[in-house]
Design a protein around this ligand. Structure first.
Ligand code: MGD
Ligand code: SF4
Length: 736
């Protein structure tokens, strides 16, 4: 794998200002959260700092507890991602904790798979059942027969379990269904991805360009705070989106692009910037290779050429190109988040990465900062036995040269008997509702039906839980410890997740479940601690971090270090050339276009619309749509439909329609929202609604599950991502 992994600025533990003598930690001077919760002096009996799991940004929170009940969750002012504020979802964490539908005890399936019929059993019985089957599976087929799907911070314990068991089949939908193509594109160009949380210095941007990234609806706390500050300071936005998003409403320019043509716009912008010599010449000379090849490649990608493809007037392309270049230094093209759109997504990601290089944005104030991470040694364990899985494959046995993670749908495919690479017989599913998260639902169900074992570790009776053989109910993030969190960021920091209240019902934290399984599998040596408090004490001690202080404050920051070129960082680029690769020899060697190419995509027929989907500020996919607190703010999704097309179809506000996709799949009824804020060739809905699991009493049958309409995908040849914006729907008035 030629891609080099991230190389972060590391700070020596000796420099940690807050480090305390490790000896005190050996006695594990912290224990129950009740003992170390701060006295707030405001309301509630105590306040416990921890970090959020309502999405994957992991902001620091302060949970207020009164008489044993969590009454309020607010942002931890000391935490660099929250700075005292939370997004609406974060404040709604109690809606998950006190969700009446929560899984309450381990369950064993009593009827056919998918019947959602279970009987409660003891932990002993459930763990023995799983461990027994895993032992037999390994004996019969080898360890690679087991796959883990894991999404969410608590999944780390199960990754340890898998590696100890001997299987490298570990995947999450956040790669191939989400931001994988963007990460790969930036890795190919700069030698490192764009980070999660992203390393964008939005706060200091002068011009911020958003290409299908609807910040404000796609709510990531720090980014949105930074955006608000930037706008206050006079920063200007250029928004490229077929829909007039919230961000478009704040923009200097909104370009309602024809879906699927962004690469043409990006190439034309670069054409203008190169022709008019508006790029950062010094920066490119110092750090980049391949400018001459890029220039030649762009020669015929004129604004007129792009107009014919994007529908954006040539003059507007020229004007916005000049405007974007005029903002440098401090002009940032946001890398996007869910980028699995059309199957040429690595190409689009490369175009964005290259345009950022022309603007001199990588490593610059107002562009991308170069993050720093707290150095925390791994907890020692015996070496893992697993053999690395060969490069991930999907139907047809296609290998993806730049897939830097296992593909979730690849694992699913390898679970379907009769397929070329069929070898997976068991799934552990942690914190991901695969039935809604993976495209081509019928294949997911086909794979599930063929499994020898499906174990779901979850907090709610979601759709995937309904398909499980054994259900292991996890304590929520407000009731458990997890591993330390120290992502690379502008301010290096370490945060702790700790229980705010005791686990409700007969639920258990993930670390305990994984350790119990490990011990039953004869893999106890990989969990060499009595409990998680010992584990955390040993990890923090090895890093020279004061655990007692960390438990009290929730977060400890390392000393500030320079994170931009302006602040004195000498950037390094872990690419094969050691420089920014405008022209990618790695892509050429793999038989892929070394410079981004535009491909025309199929367009919807006259009575069809392209199905687009996205986020809402109060929800994170399906994981929050059963949360009654957040559901009160947005209980269902609606269908955005261009007002003129609605009139032509005789449809009025809130009328119920059925969507029928290109393969004849029909949706349940959804309300129409006629609006001028979307192009006539597409419709839009928020993802995560339309649950049909019996146990989700609030979220069930509210709105439509877009995944059911995603019956085809366009596979990215570079990294195997599943472009999902390639489905078309017709609209029929719903029969009453
Ligand atoms: P959710 O559907 O929200 O997200 O896919 P997923 O990660 O599967 O399912 C989350 C599951 O985790 C739920 O079952 C919830 O009950 C459970 N859960 C919540 N908290 C905890 C916890 O603390 N512990 C445990 N054990 N379980 C917990 C998201 C994925 O979907 C992503 S990242 C993207 S970007 C894609 N988006 C997307 C889309 O927009 N449209 C379509 N059609 N498909 C998509 N797929 C991808
Ligand atoms: Fe929680 Fe919102 Fe932060 Fe996500 S962005 S971690 S939901 S507060």
């Amino acid at each position: 794998m030629p891609l080099s992994r991230r190389s972060f600025i590391k700070i020596s533990s000796a420099t940690l200002g807050t480090a305390a003598a490790g000896g005190a930690l050996a006695s594990r001077g912290f224990s129950s959260s009740r003992a170390h919760g701060q006295d707030p002096g405001t309301e509630g009996d105590r306040v416990v700092p921890t970090f959020c799991e309502l999405c994957f940004w992991n902001c620091g929170v302060l949970a207020h507890v009164k008489d044993g009940t969590v009454t309020k969750i607010e942002g931890n002012p000391a935490h660099p991602l929250s700075r005292g504020k939370l997004c609406p979802r974060g404040t709604g964490g109690t809606g998950l904790l006190y969700d009446p539908d929560r899984l309450r005890s381990p369950l064993l399936r009593t009827n056919v798979r998918g019947s959602q019929e279970f009987k409660p059993v003891s932990w002993e019985a459930a763990l023995d059942e799983v461990a027994g089957k895993l032992i037999r599976m390994k004996e019969q087929y080898g360890p690679e027969a087991l796959a883990l799907y894991s999404h969410g911070y608590g999944g780390s314990w199960f990754k340890t379990l898998m590696s100890a068991y001997g299987s490298a089949n570990i995947a999450a939908p956040s790669f191939a269904q989400c931001r994988g193509s963007r990460e790969v594109a930036f890795e190919l160009t700069y030698g490192m991805g764009a980070g999660s949380p992203e390393w964008t210095d939005i706060e200091n941007s002068r011009v911020l360009t958003l290409i299908g990234s609807h910040l404000g609806e796609n709510m990531h706390n720090t980014q949105v705070q930074d955006l608000a500050r930037a706008i206050e300071r006079g920063a200007q936005l250029v928004v490229v989106d077929p829909r007039y998003s919230v961000a478009a409403g704040k923009a200097r320019y909104w370009l309602p692009i024809k879906p699927g043509t962004d690469i043409a716009l990006l190439l034309a912008w670069m054409h203008v910037i190169v022709q008019e010599q508006l790029y950062d010449r010094d920066y490119l000379e110092r750090y980049a290779v391949g400018f001459e090849e890029l220039k030649a490649h762009l020669a015929d990608k004129t604004p007129q050429w792009a107009f014919a493809r994007t529908g954006i007037a040539a003059e507007t392309i020229v004007e916005t190109a000049r405007f974007i270049a005029g903002g440098r230094p401090g002009s940032l093209i946001h890398p996007g988040r869910r980028t699995a759109w059309y199957g040429d997504d690595t190409q689009r990601g490369r175009a964005i990465a290259i345009l950022n290089a022309l603007l001199g944005a990588w490593g610059r104030e107002g562009g991308f900062f170069l993050p720093a991470a707290m150095p925390i040694p791994a907890h020692p364990h015996p070496p893992y036995a697993h053999k690395p899985r060969p490069a991930p494959v999907v139907p047809g046995g296609q290998v993806f040269p730049f897939a830097s993670s296992t593909l979730a749908h690849g694992q699913c495919h390898a679970s379907i008997p009769g397929t070329a690479d069929y070898d997976i017989k068991g799934w552990l599913v942690y914190g991901t509702n695969l039935v809604q998260a993976l495209p081509e639902e019928s294949k997911t169900i086909q794979a599930i039906q063929a499994l020898d074992l499906l174990v779901a570790i979850d907090v709610l009776p979601s759709e995937i839980v309904g398909w499980a053989d054994v259900v292991l109910p996890e304590a929520t993030y407000l009731e458990r410890y997890d591993d330390l969190h120290a992502p690379p960021w502008r301010e290096p920091y370490v945060a702790i997740r700790q229980p705010v209240v005791d686990p409700m019902y007969d639920t258990r934290p993930g670390w305990w479940i994984a350790k119990q399984l490990g011990e039953r599998l004869g893999l106890g040596a990989y969990f060499p601690f009595e409990d998680v408090e010992q584990y955390l004490a040993e990890r923090t001690e090895a890093a020279g971090i004061d655990l007692v202080e960390l438990a009290k404050t929730g977060v400890i920051e390392g000393p500030k270090v320079p994170v931009t070129i302006e602040q004195g960082v000498q950037p390094t680029f872990p690419t094969p050339s050691g420089r920014i690769e405008l022209y990618s020899q790695q892509m050429a060697d793999a038989g892929l276009p070394p410079l981004p190419d535009f491909t025309a995509h199929e367009e919807p027929g006259p009575d069809q619309f392209r199905l687009l989907f996205g986020r809402a500020p109060m929800h994170t996919f399906g994981r929050t749509t059963n949360n009654a607190f957040l559901g009160r703010v947005m209980a269902e999704n609606v269908l955005w439909l261009n007002a003129r097309r609605a009139q032509e179809l005789g449809l009025a506000q809130d009328e119920l329609v059925t969507l029928v996709n290109q393969d004849g799949v029909r949706s349940p009824p959804i309300k129409v929202m006629p609006t001028e804020r979307i192009r006539p060739d597409c419709v839009y809905m928020v993802h995560g609604f339309g649950h049909d699991a019996k146990g989700l009493s609030f979220g069930r049958n509210r709105g439509v599950n877009d995944t059911q309409l995603v019956t085809r995908v366009a596979i990215d040849p570079a990294m195997g991502g599943t472009g999902m914006n390639v489905n078309f729907v017709r609209i029929e008035r719903a029969v009453a």
